[in-house]
Ligand binder design. Structure first.
Ligand SMILES: *[C@@H]1O[C@H](CO)[C@@H](O)[C@H](O)[C@H]1NC(C)=O
Ligand SMILES: *[C@@H]1O[C@H](CO)[C@@H](O)[C@H](O)[C@H]1NC(C)=O
Ligand SMILES: *[C@@H]1O[C@H](CO)[C@@H](O)[C@H](O)[C@H]1NC(C)=O
Length: 778
C-alpha cells in the first residue's frame, strides 16, 4: 500500500480496535500495530518497508504463514508477532538480519523446525506456545549476546544443547519432549538466573556443575525422569529462591547442606523416592514459606524445631513413613498442614488449636490415639479437618458449621450427641422467616417507591431519553449466570437491560487499564455497577467459559467489606461483564488527584489505607490466595470517604500472561505501580502487590500521582528518604501541617510505605505485617 505519509517515522496504533489488513506505510521506521483486530496474512510487500527498525504485530488475528520477504528488512531490531494465528515455518532467513535483537512469535501455530542460526544475533527470543518440533540446534544457546530464550510448550525433542552462553539470563524449555541429561557445561560467571526445564523427559542425575550458576534464583526441573540423589553442591546456590524438583525419581537423603539455602522460599521435592530423616537443620531456611516433601519415603520424626520456620505457610509431609508425635508447628501456617498417610502416633496435640490462620488440617491415615482436643474447634480459619483412619476415641467436639470434618475409620470416636431438638430448632426458624418477610416487605415497598419514581422521572425527562443516540446494538448474551445466592440481587439483576446499558456510552462511569465501568439502573429501580473486561487485551482467557465461571464462583463466595465481590456475570462473543453492588462514589484516585480544590483530610486517607490493607491481607490469606493484577488508586473504589473497596480482583484468574510478549511488566498493572522485578519474573506475586500498595500509601501521604513528569512516585520517594532530614518534605503539607499528631502519624506511615516499595521483593513486609504496623501507627 503506497501512502502519502512518506515522512512518517513512527506509527503507533496499538490497542485500538482497528480491523482489516495491516496497513503498510513505506518509509516508516517504527510500526506498532499491537492489540487490534487486524486480520489476513502478512503481505510479501512488507519487504518494501526498508527502513523498518521495529515491527510489532502482536495480539491481532493475523493468519497464514510469514513471508520469507520479511528477511529483507535489513534494519529490523525488534520483531513481535506474538498472539496471532500464524502458521507454517519460522522464516529461516530471519537469521540473516544482523541488527535483529528481539524476536517474539509466541502463542501462534508455528510448526516445523527451529531455523539454524536464528539466535546468532539475538538477545531475546520467545517462541513459546507453538507446535515447533525437531531438535534444538547444537549452537542455539551459545551466542555471546543471548540473554533470554523461551521455547516452552512446543513439541521439541532430543537433547538440550550443551554449550550455553555466559550471557544467558533466562532459559525456559518446559513442556516439551526433551530427552537426555540436564546440561552441565555452564561457564564461570554464568548469568543464568532462571532455569526452567520442567515437564520433559530428561533423565540421569542432576549435575553438581549447576553450582557454577551463582546467580540462579529459580531452578525448576520438575516432572522429568531424573534419578540419583540430590547433589550437595546445589547448597552453594545461595541466591536460590525457588527450587522445584518434584515428580522425578530422585532417591537418597535430603542433604543437611541444604540448610545453607537461606533465600529459599519454595522447596518442592514431592513425588520422588527420597529416604532418610528430614534434617533438623531445615529450620535454618528462615524465609521458607512452602515446603512440600509429600509422597516420598522419608522416615523418622518430624524435626521438633520446625516451628522456627516463622514464614511457613504450607507444610506437606503426606505419604511418607514418618513416626513419632506432632511437634509444635509455626503459627504462620495458613494454606495447609498435611501429615496424612504416615505412622505418626500419640494424641493429637492441643497446641494445633493455636494455628489461627490455618485453613486445611489433614492428619488422616496415621496412628493417632486419644480424644480430639477441643482446642481444634477454636481455629478461626479452619475450613477442612481430616482425621479419618486413626485410633481416636471419645466424643468428637462440636465444630463451627463452616468446618468440614471427616472422621470415619476411628472405631472409638462417636459423633457429638445428635441433639434431638427439632421443636427448639424450629423456633428460631420461624423467627427468621418472620424477620426475612418483614425485611423483604420493607425492601419491596422501597423498591416499589423507587420504581414509581423512576417511571415518573422517565416521563419528566423523556426528551433527554430520546436525545441519547449513538447507541450501538446491545451485545449478544452467550451465557449469563448469578454468582450470588442473594435472592434480592437475583430478582433485581436483569441481564438484557444491562446489555442495553453498556451499549450506551453515556452510562460509562470509569475506565481503567483492564476494565470499563457502567452504572446500570435495572427495571426494578435498583442500580448496579456493571464492569466490562476490556476486550482489546488479548491476554484474557475467557475461552473455556466453564473455567471462567468456576473462577468467578469461587470469588463470589469471598466476603470482606473491603473487597468488591462479583454478584453475576454475562459472557458475550468478545467480552465478559461482571455485576457489583453500586457503591461507587468514585475512586481513591478521583479524590486524591482530581478535586484539587480541597485536600482529603488525614482521617479519611488513613481509613482508606487501613481498609485497603485489610482487604489485601484478606485476599492474600485465602485458601487459594487472590493476587491482584492491577492494584492502583484507580482500582480502589470508595463506598464512602472512609470505606474503600478493592476492585478488579478477578484479573489474575482470567489473564494468561503467557499470551503476552516479553515480560510481565508490559502487561501487569498500571504504570507507576509495577514492581521492578516484574521486568524479569512472569508471575504476579504477593510481594508485587505489597509494592503497589506502597505506591498507594505514598499517594495518600504526598497527594502526588503515581507518575509525574516521567518520574515514578516510588523512586522519587526512595531517593528523598535516603536523606533522613528531608523525608518530611515528601508529605502533603496541606495535610501534615494540620496538627503535630497528624504530622507524626504521617511520618510513621511513610516508614511503612517505604518498606513496601523496597526494590527487593524479599525485603518487603507481608501484608498482614503491613496491616499490623498501620494499626500501630494510629
Ligand atoms: C486459526 O487458524 C485455524 C486454521 O486456519 C482455524 O481453524 C482457527 O479457527 C483459527 N483460530 C482463530 C482464533 O482465528
Ligand atoms: C509441589 O508439587 C506438587 C506436585 O507436582 C504440586 O501439586 C504443588 O502445587 C507444588 N507446590 C509448589 C508450591 O510448587
Ligand atoms: C494431603 O496429602 C496427600 C498426599 O500428598 C494428598 O493425597 C491429600 O489429598 C492431601 N490432603 C488434602 C486435604 O489436601
Amino acid at each position: 500500500m503506497k501512502s502519502g505519509l512518506s515522512r512518517l517515522k513512527t506509527l503507533d496504533l496499538s490497542d485500538n480496535s482497528i480491523e482489516g489488513p495491516i496497513p503498510l506505510f513505506v518509509g516508516v521506521e517504527v510500526l506498532l500495530l499491537s492489540g487490534n483486530k487486524f486480520s489476513g496474512e502478512i503481505p510479501n510487500s512488507i519487504s518494501q518497508l526498508k527502513n523498518l527498525t521495529a515491527l510489532d504485530l502482536s495480539m491481532n488475528n493475523l493468519s497464514g504463514s510469514v513471508p520469507d520477504e520479511i528477511g529483507e528488512l535489513s534494519k529490523l531490531e525488534t520483531l513481535i508477532l506474538s498472539s496471532n494465528n500464524l502458521t507454517g515455518k519460522i522464516p529461516s532467513n530471519l537469521s540473516s538480519i544482523r541488527s535483529l535483537r528481539r524476536f517474539a512469535a509466541n502463542q501462534n501455530g508455528f510448526t516445523g523446525l527451529i531455523p539454524d542460526g536464528l539466535t546468532r544475533h539475538l538477545n531475546f527470543l520467545d517462541l513459546s506456545y507453538n507446535s515447533l518440533g525437531g531438535r534444538i540446534p547444537l549452537d542455539f544457546l551459545s551466542s555471546p549476546t543471548l540473554e533470554y530464550v523461551d521455547l516452552s510448550w512446543n513439541h521439541l525433542e532430543g537433547a538440550i544443547p550443551r554449550d550455553i552462553s555466559q550471557s544467558l539470563f533466562r532459559l525456559r524449555l518446559g513442556g516439551n519432549k526433551l530427552t537426555g541429561k540436564v546440561p552441565s557445561l555452564f561457564q564461570q560467571r554464568s548469568n543464568l538466573t532462571y532455569l526452567e526445564l520442567d515437564t520433559n523427559q530428561l533423565d540421569g542425575e542432576i549435575p553438581s556443575e549447576l553450582e557454577i550458576c551463582q546467580k540462579l534464583t529459580l531452578l525448576n526441573l520438575a516432572s522429568n525422569q531424573l534419578n540419583g540423589s540430590l547433589p550437595k553442591a546445589l547448597a552453594n546456590l545461595s541466591q536460590l529462591v525457588i527450587m522445584k524438583l518434584q515428580e522425578n525419581s530422585l532417591s537418597g537423603e535430603i542433604p543437611t547442606e541444604f540448610s545453607k539455602l537461606g533465600n529459599l522460599i519454595t522447596l518442592n521435592l514431592s513425588h520422588n523416592s527420597l529416604s532418610g530423616e528430614i534434617p533438623s537443620s531445615i529450620s535454618s531456611l528462615s524465609k521458607l514459606s512452602n515446603l512440600n516433601l509429600a509422597v516420598n519415603k522419608l522416615s523418622g520424626p518430624i524435626p521438633s524445631n520446625i516451628n522456627e520456620l516463622s514464614y511457613l505457610i504450607e507444610l506437606q509431609l503426606g505419604n511418607n513413613d514418618l513416626i513419632g508425635t506432632v511437634p509444635r508447628m509455626p503459627n504462620s501456617l495458613t494454606t495447609a498442614l498435611n501429615l496424612s498417610n504416615n505412622q505418626l502416633s500419640g494424641p493429637i496435640p492441643s497446641h494445633l488449636g493455636s494455628l489461627g490462620q490455618l485453613e486445611i488440617l489433614d492428619l488422616s491415615n496415621n496412628n493417632f490415639t486419644g480424644e480430639v482436643p477441643v482446642s481444634l474447634t477454636q481455629m478461626q480459619s479452619l475450613t477442612l479437618l481430616v482425621i479419618s483412619n486413626n485410633d481416636l476415641s471419645g466424643t468428637l467436639p462440636k465444630f463451627p458449621h463452616f468446618v468440614n470434618v471427616t472422621y470415619s475409620g476411628n472405631n472409638g470416636l462417636v459423633k457429638p450427641e445428635a441433639v434431638p431438638t427439632s421443636p427448639e430448632k424450629k423456633k428460631p426458624n420461624t423467627v427468621l422467616i418472620i424477620i426475612v418477610s418483614i425485611v423483604s416487605a420493607i425492601i419491596g415497598v422501597g423498591l416499589l417507591a423507587a420504581f414509581c419514581f423512576l417511571v415518573i422521572a422517565k416521563r419528566l425527562y423523556r426528551v433527554e431519553d430520546v436525545g441519547l443516540q449513538l447507541e450501538e446494538s446491545p451485545p449478544q448474551i452467550i451465557n449469563s449466570c448469578y454468582i450470588t445466592s442473594d435472592s434480592i440481587h437475583k430478582s433485581n439483576i436483569d441481564f438484557s437491560r444491562a446489555m442495553e446499558v453498556v451499549s450506551n456510552p453515556s452510562n460509562l462511569t470509569l475506565k481503567t487499564r483492564f476494565s470499563t465501568y457502567y452504572k446500570a439502573i435495572m427495571p426494578s429501580g435498583m442500580s448496579y455497577c456493571v464492569k466490562k473486561l476490556n476486550s482489546g487485551e488479548k491476554i484474557f482467557q475467557m475461552g473455556g467459559n466453564e473455567r471462567f465461571g468456576q473462577e468467578l464462583q469461587v470469588l463470589g463466595r469471598l466476603s470482606n467489606s473491603n473487597v468488591m465481590v462479583p454478584l453475576a456475570y454475562v459472557l458475550t462473543r468478545d467480552s465478559a461483564y461482571l455485576f457489583y453492588e453500586d457503591v461507587h462514589k468514585g475512586t481513591a484516585f478521583d479524590f486524591l488527584h482530581k478535586d484539587s480544590g480541597s485536600a482529603l483530610d488525614w482521617q479519611s486517607r488513613y481509613s482508606i489505607a487501613l481498609g485497603v490493607a485489610q482487604g489485601l491481607t484478606f485476599l492474600h490469606g485465602c485458601t487459594q490466595p487472590v493476587l491482584l493484577w492491577d492494584l492502583s488508586s484507580k482500582t480502589i473504589h470508595l463506598k464512602s470517604m472512609r470505606e474503600p473497596q478493592i476492585g478488579d480482583i478477578e484479573l489474575s484468574k482470567v489473564i494468561d500472561p503467557s499470551r503476552s510478549t516479553g515480560s510481565l511488566s508490559t502487561v501487569a498493572g498500571s504504570v507507576g505501580y509495577i514492581p521492578p522485578e516484574y521486568a524479569y519474573t512472569m508471575r504476579v506475586t504477593a510481594a508485587g502487590n505489597v509494592y503497589s500498595f506502597g505506591v498507594i500509601l505514598l499517594e495518600l501521604l504526598t497527594g502526588k500521582p503515581p507518575v509525574s513528569q516521567g518520574t515514578e512516585l516510588a523512586k522519587w520517594a526512595l531517593s528523598f528518604s535516603t536523606r533522613v532530614s528531608h523525608s518530611e518534605q515528601i508529605l502533603d503539607s496541606r495535610v501534615s501541617s494540620t496538627s503535630p499528631a497528624v504530622h507524626s502519624q504521617m511520618l510513621s506511615v511513610l516508614k511503612i510505605a517505604l518498606s513496601c516499595v523496597s526494590l527487593s521483593p524479599e525485603s518487603r513486609p507481608k501484608m498482614r505485617n503491613v496491616l499490623r504496623s498501620l494499626f500501630n501507627a494510629r
